[in-house]
Ligand binder design. Structure first.
Ligand code: AMP
Ligand code: MN
Ligand code: MN
Ligand code: MN
Length: 283
């Protein structure tokens, strides 16, 4: 399992390394199985695959989909990230991503419009400049970067806390496809559906449990193991649910390059005895 990283970002979304440089960095780390999982886009895959030719590394097709779910009894909606891996027939997923890209592009403009009365500056053009003027690549990470560059906050995290996270004035929900439909499209594409970072959604333990149970009911394949920096009790909770719902596990660093310099490529949690890695099912 060492040498596997199934959750990484390139500068096609909010990472800082271009796909070719990401693959070269992975080779240097001794990674032999790498999934590029940019936000709602697979546009970096071809470059990654081309770079990997003639090198001892396998590129797994991937994407991190902005999805949403709700508890059957309460109807409150929560955002969730579903990583799709190893698609053998990606056409249905490409269709879904077209819609997701439209939502992402419109939301970027909406966030900048909401920021306008708060900071008295329209930062939309500066945000677009960070993504080669391709609006469907904009993430909140880019918006946070511009807010730092223009001196409105000292660090990206403060941009989230002050303006763009849930509950703040310039927050815009990502109105993506629902969890059940997302899993269905991934399966139509003959890929595997992975619940990304289950303990990173600011959910109560009860809601994490509910999310994992629903994910399993809808046919989800694997759950990402929490990083080693999270408390042992958190890991144990996730391990128990994975066992209870008979799910496989996935491992990924969620590498973002210099946008999150504390996350190291290839730094993945240990797989526990008895857990089955989703990579063992890859075609
Ligand atoms: P988006 O998909 O546009 O909502 O952007 C989501 C990305 O922003 C995530 O993948 C993280 O990289 C980053 N992010 C989300 N929430 C936070 C937060 N509270 N603090 C810092 N970065 C965050
Ligand atoms: Mn990100
Ligand atoms: Mn994520
Ligand atoms: Mn990610």
């Amino acid at each position: 399992m060492i040498g596997v990283d199934l959750h990484t970002h390139s500068n096609i979304s909010d990472g800082t390394l271009a796909p070719d440089l990401l693959v070269r960095a992975a080779l240097e780390k001794g990674i032999h199985t790498l999934a590029l999982t940019d936000h709602d886009t697979m546009d970096g895959l071809f470059q990654a695959e081309q770079t990997a030719l003639d090198h001892p590394i396998r590129i797994i097709s991937g994407v991190e989909i902005s999805s949403q779910w709700s508890r059957p009894t309460t109807n409150k909606n929560y955002g969730v990230h579903i990583v799709a891996l190893n698609m053998q027939n990606p056409e249905p997923l490409y269709q879904l991503l077209q819609q997701q890209k439209r939502i992402r592009a419109e939301r970027a403009k909406q966030i900048c419009d909401l920021l306008l009365p708060l900071i008295n500056v329209d930062i939309y053009e500066d945000v677009l400049a960070l993504v080669d003027h391709v609006p469907d690549r904009v993430t909140r990470t880019h918006i946070a970067k511009v807010l730092v560059a223009k001196g409105f906050v000292a660090r990206p995290q403060q941009a989230f806390d002050k303006y763009i996270k849930e509950g703040k004035k310039a927050y815009v929900k990502f109105d993506g496809l629902g969890l059940e439909e997302t899993i269905r499209v991934i399966h139509e594409s003959q890929g595997f559906a992975v619940l990304a970072h289950p303990t990173r959604y600011d959910l109560s333990a009860t809601n994490v449990r509910c999310l994992i149970e629903l994910f399993a009911q809808y046919g989800g394949d694997a759950v990402e193991l929490p990083p080693a920096i999270e408390p042992a009790s958190t890991r144990q909770m996730v391990d128990r649910m994975i066992a209870q719902f008979n799910l496989k596990v996935s491992v990924g660093s969620d590498f973002h390059g210099d946008n999150m310099p504390w996350i190291k490529l290839g730094n993945i949690p240990r797989v526990k005895e008895g857990q089955v890695g989703i990579w063992e099912s890859f075609k």
